[in-house]
Write a protein that binds this ligand. Sequence first.
Ligand SMILES: Cc1cc2nc3c(=O)[nH]c(=O)nc-3n(C[C@H](O)[C@H](O)[C@H](O)COP(=O)(O)OP(=O)(O)OC[C@H]3O[C@@H](n4cnc5c(N)ncnc54)[C@H](O)[C@@H]3O)c2cc1C
Length: 411
Amino acid sequence: MNSARHSSPAKLGKNRQTELVALAGRLGREKFAPRAEKYDREASFPFENYDDLRAQGLLGLCVPQAYGGLGADFETYCLVSAELGRWCGATALTFNMHASSALWTGPLADDLEMTTAERAELESLRRAHFRRIVEDGAVYAQPFSEGSAAAAGKAPFGTVAAKVEDGWRVNGKKIFASLSGAADYYGVLCTEDKPDRSMRDTLYIAVPANTAGLTITGDWDPLGMRGTVSRTLVLKDVFVPDDAQLMPRGLYFRAASSWPYMFLTLAPTYMGIAQAAYDFTLSYLRGEVEGQPPVKRRMYPTKQIATAEMYIRLQQTRALFERTIAEAKVNPSKEERLRCYATQYTIMENANEICRLAIRTCGGQSMLKSLPLERLYRDSRCGSLMLPWTAELCLDRLGRETLYEPGETDE
Ligand SMILES: Cc1cc2nc3c(=O)[nH]c(=O)nc-3n(C[C@H](O)[C@H](O)[C@H](O)COP(=O)(O)OP(=O)(O)OC[C@H]3O[C@@H](n4cnc5c(N)ncnc54)[C@H](O)[C@@H]3O)c2cc1C
């Protein structure tokens, strides 16, 4: 390959990183947390939160600075996302879908091997994509799930794009499309329609929300993460021009193979939820929850043991989170790749466990819908279901890859 790799843009400095996390925290505490109950109850999309994110320039968080964005690297994105997740899980999770569209085509893509022609194509495609986010305030969804092995990364996507003159004709169905009805663009992952369909021919295409042939179907009344409004997208003979591609042909497959951290971006939301459940437990046991009688429950040894357990679990989770996001890079070593799966598993499972302990420890009144804990508990349950790295699939990969080297068999 006539190879050209950009050097990755420098990581943001610690001060800038801290400023962005503080901005997310301020928005979350003052605006998102008070609204979270309503979006959860109605299972409605947090439009007002997105207006706030837009007003603060945060929609362009992962757009490189050269294109007018805030230039967040992977680690900064994860820290900001975890802070958003502390205040509103559904906002953080949907923000992940949007921000990933810039993370994948920006700093991640810069790390990949590409020909000079591919590099030039990427530049022209992403310039338009970043401009829509930065100048028009556009919001992107990231529908890839189809209810098949494709979302697990084990088969080509069943949604297909046939090459036609000047563009692509897309047909298929996507389930669980968070931001359905709210996004301006749907970043659809699909397979080029060829006789031998292959995962190598995955295309990443931005379908504008108002395109003919794109419809949203089904209801949305789930256990948790209700504000994500993740309904079904049907694409029937949807035409998009060539420049609707977000990456040159073949690049998504290369990214998925060599930058596995791209699938870890859902976890920070749940890191934030775990922190929120712990924070709530402390306030509740200290009798400091706003609007509640100032009843203290902290003097009971069993409560103290439970909060100690929660603290230890939270610190274990946080330590793994911080280590893994700091070492994220292209072509990680085997050890780093395994740690990635272990991190995803730990965050998703521990978030739910910390919420469970929080409810058991705080007691019956704490699970009333007038308080946020039961929502945190329901939201946290969704983490380990998220493909491609569900808790089960992380165990699957870890079990196999710890014991076998690539290509090894027992024959
Ligand atoms: C709140 C929420 C928001 C979501 N938002 C989005 C979104 O915006 N975009 C998007 O694309 N998806 C989204 N998803 C979907 C999510 O990533 C999964 O695709 C979805 O939960 C899978 O459900 P399923 O019943 O089809 O899983 P199935 O495919 O039926 O799998 C069930 C379980 O079996 C295991 N499994 C699956 N495939 C394999 C395999 N090949 N080998 C071994 N085990 C396997 C996994 O552990 C999986 O959890 C969202 C999900 C939730 C809960």
